[in-house]
Design a protein around this ligand. Structure first.
Ligand code: SAH
Ligand code: SF4
Length: 361
């Protein structure tokens, strides 16, 4: 029996099964002297039956289960802290990773949907001043398996409650397009019918406006949705809110958005966090309508979640509604996102953050 080279002499370093592509899983099984179809069975246990222990995989021969347990592992995330919102509709989990870093993921229940909000990086290098993750700095990218495992954790929990995970949003910690390879690998695992099998149209990637990522997604010709965190419709203001705007100013970003719509025929969602007296006036709304005019899109208004690190506050409800009315008047499709889990600090990176103050430029 042949053992994979990378396992020899390094027994302590096990293969993370969830990091593997399907062909890599097949190769592992073949290298353990087993027929190819055992990979299909293993994948089914991991992604469909949501097994977290090889012992559960009872249609695999005992010898294979033992070998798999010797050379590989399934779980790398450990839940450290879990909190539910008072209305029990939002649940946030802080996971620790094998190297001691921590990430957050959130499960949100809606009428007919159960959505998981995923992290792609430990921290974030972009550093938007209103974002708790941005304040925490950047540690490292997550591996594909570390992204997938967040999904499996909540899928298990939902399964036990007789429910099913229906949607995924990449709106947790990190900028998905700065960790594109791992993010796309994770999406492949999650949409592969032999593995998790979620429809790609039930997945949305949120980006702060990393243009090469938008182009890369367009080229995939997949049904995965795209959301852009815009927050401002002129460069001066957007540079204050989103440092990456200096590298990809609005003209470049909007050009990429137009190309994306042309190539994919898909509508883009623009996220706009309303910050009191900063970007929330009727003239800001008109400016936004002008920027988006003629583009196949939808605007999502979110009153800013207050964070410990930043003095900015979310706009009051009447201002939010007035902003929405202004956009509707200009013919821009727009919804207001219901505040979710404010009482459990459901905003990006807030549970994890422990320090920092708001500094703009
Ligand atoms: N980095 C990506 C995805 C993660 S952030 C991005 O920026 O799009 C996910 C969303 O949370 C973004 O729209 C971001 O602007 C928003 N967000 C971050 N901090 C927030 C806060 N304090 N209040 C409201 N939205 C916030
Ligand atoms: Fe990073 Fe997104 Fe937070 Fe900006 S809003 S710091 S891009 S995670």
């Amino acid at each position: 029996m042949r053992t994979p080279d990378h396992l020899e002499g390094d027994a302590a370093r096990k293969v993370a099964l969830l990091d593997l592509t399907y062909p890599e899983l097949e190769n592992l099984v073949l290298s353990l002297g087993q027929p190819r179809y055992r990979a299909a069975q293993t994948a089914e246990w991991l992604y469909k039956h949501l097994a977290s222990d090889f012992k559960e995989m009872h249609n695999l021969p005992l010898a294979l289960r033992d070998r798999l347990a010797e050379v590989s592992e399934i779980e790398r995330l450990t839940p450290r802290e879990e909190i539910n919102s008072q209305d029990r509709l939002t649940r946030k989990v802080l996971f620790s990773l094998p190297d001691g870093h921590t990430i957050e993921s959130v499960l949100m229940h809606y009428k007919r949907r159960h959505t998981v909000c995923l992290s792609t990086q430990v921290g974030c290098p972009i550093g938007c001043p209103f974002c708790a993750t941005g304040h925490s700095g950047f540690e490292r990218d997550l591996s594909p398996g570390e992204i997938v495992e967040q999904v499996l954790y909540f899928a298990r929990e939902l399964h036990e409650a007789g429910q099913r995970l229906t949607n995924l949003v990449f709106m947790g910690m990190g900028e998905p397009f700065l960790n594109w390879e791992a993010t796309w690998k994770a999406i492949c695992a999650l949409t592969d019918p032999r593995r998790f099998g979620l429809g790609a149209r039930h997945i949305t990637i949120s980006t702060v406006g990393f243009v090469p990522g938008i182009e890369a997604l367009a080229q995939k010709k997949s049904q995965v949705g795209l959301a852009i965190s815009l927050h401002a419709a002129n460069d001066n203001l957007r540079e204050t809110l989103v440092p990456l705007n200096r590298r990809y100013p609005l003209e470049v970003l909007m050009g990429a958005c137009q190309d994306y719509v042309k190539q994919t025929g898909r509508r883009i969602t623009f996220e706009y966090a309303l910050i009191e007296r900063l970007n929330d006036s009727p003239s800001h709304a008109q400016e936004l309508a002008g920027l988006l005019s003629g583009l196949l899109c939808h605007v999502n208004l979110i009153p800013l979640n207050p964070t410990a690190e930043c003095a900015w506050r979310g706009s009051p409800k009447d201002v939010v509604l007035a902003f929405q009315r202004e956009l509707l008047k200009e013919g821009v499709p727009v919804t207001v996102r219901i505040d979710r889990g404010l009482d459990i600090q459901a905003g990006c990176g807030q549970l994890r953050s422990r320090r920092g103050t708001c500094q703009v430029k």
